[in-house]
Design a protein around this ligand. Structure first.
Ligand code: IPM
Ligand code: MN
Length: 363
């Protein structure tokens, strides 16, 4: 029997309650699909920082390295610890485990309302492949002449050929396997999200790697959009997009907009993936920790359940992943249980239980 060890980091705010639903679905999938899961939870959080002066222990990566995958709830509580301090933990894991692809699927399930009127289940099916270990998030720079009238800050991006290429190549491979268009010679499209009209080194370099990689994929349609224009096109013509490749910061920004195409932050999940599986990959809802809702059991667990679906696919439990997806779809289409963001007043665990029930009923 296949057996997986999953590390769970609930984090801050509503992290604990959504992690419970993620673990519920993980266990249900194991039950139904005949594999074994053991989870271990780590209390790495802002509360830990207040107590011990660190978000996670010094040997955190060593500990996590022994797991097959990581589920991360949500990190950050600015009332306790400054965000750029607490969230460094997330970036340390992404970089330390060379999770160089941040996969962010954007799909709108039938039955889910979105504030964007062009978005329908037919028009929204985008995969954002975000570079996840370098670029604008390179953590290089400094404060100078602080406290003087000449104070300045310097933040340097690092774009390596290897880093750009592998993320972009992943996007082309993903487009090939999605083969979404499939109705002509071209079977997929990869949009290059860039800003090379203004960022004359980093993004020109990024474009060069894109062009270099694209040559290996004559079957995939190429396309480019400046990031500012892309936000407009995401709203105006979401159906145009198939796979989008983006640098770390741009990928971050456009996927919050993507979440709105999906019906809100309560639906959007991401996978921090090390495709070679040299290190564990980490799956998370992309929403924040909403400290004011802590313990109220009102937040939507679907994003976390989606993260579990992605984790199952990554662990080669494709059938289990597909079933989680069907169970989410049928639960949302039926619309009997809805958290507040969906216009209902069911609790987080009631929605999780409904997805579990749909799985057990053979979704
Ligand atoms: C995300 C988040 C993080 C990011 C923050 C919390 C550092 O916004 O995962 O999208 O910018 O990557
Ligand atoms: Mn973000």
């Amino acid at each position: 029997m296949e057996s997986y060890r999953i590390a769970v980091i609930p984090g801050d705010g509503v992290g604990a309650e959504i992690s419970e639903e993620a673990v519920r679905i993980l266990n249900t999938a194991a039950d139904i699909h005949g594999f074994e899961v053991t989870t271990e939870s780590f209390d790495w959080s802002c509360d830990r920082y207040l107590e011990l002066g660190e978000m996670m222990p010094a040997d955190a990566l060593e500990t996590l390295g022994g797991f097959d995958a990581i589920f991360l709830g949500c990190i950050g509580d600015a009332a306790k610890v400054a965000d750029h301090v607490s969230l460094e933990m997330l970036l340390k894991i992404r970089k330390g485990f060379d999770q160089y692809v941040n996969l962010r699927p954007i799909r709108l399930y039938p039955g889910v309302a979105t504030p964007i009127s062009t978005a329908t289940p037919e028009t929204v099916d985008i995969l954002v492949v975000r570079e996840n270990t370098e670029g604008e998030y390179s953590h290089n720079g400094g404060f100078f002449k602080r406290g003087t009238p000449d104070a300045f800050a310097l933040q340097t991006g690092i774009f390596t050929w290897k880093g750009c290429e592998r993320a972009i190549r992943y996007g082309f491979e993903a487009a090939r396997s999605r083969a979404k268009l499939g109705n002509g010679e071209k079977v997929g499209r990869v949009t290059n999200c860039t800003k090379s009209n203004a960022l004359n080194y980093s993004m020109v370099f990024w474009d060069e790697t894109y062009d270099y990689v694209a040559k290996d994929y004559p079957d995939i349609e190429t396309d480019m959009a400046l990031v500012d224009a892309l936000t407009m096109w995401f709203v105006k013509n979401p159906d145009w997009f198939d796979v989008v490749v983006a640098s770390n910061l741009f990928g971050d920004i456009i996927t919050d907009l993507g979440a709105m195409l999906q019906g809100g932050m309560g639906f959007a999940a991401g996978g921090n993936v090390n495709p070679e599986k040299s290190y564990p990959s980490m799956f998370e809802p992309i929403h924040g920790s909403a400290p004011k809702y802590t313990g109220k059991r009102i937040v939507n667990p679907i994003a976390s359940i989606e993260a579990v679906r992605m984790m199952l696919e990554h662990l080669d439990q494709a059938q289990a992943g597909a079933q989680v997806q069907r169970a989410i779809a049928s639960t949302l289409a039926a619309g009997n249980v809805r958290t507040r963001d969906m216009g209902g007043n069911n609790t987080t665990d009631e929605v999780g239980a409904a997805v579990e029930q749909a799985m057990r009923a053979g979704a």
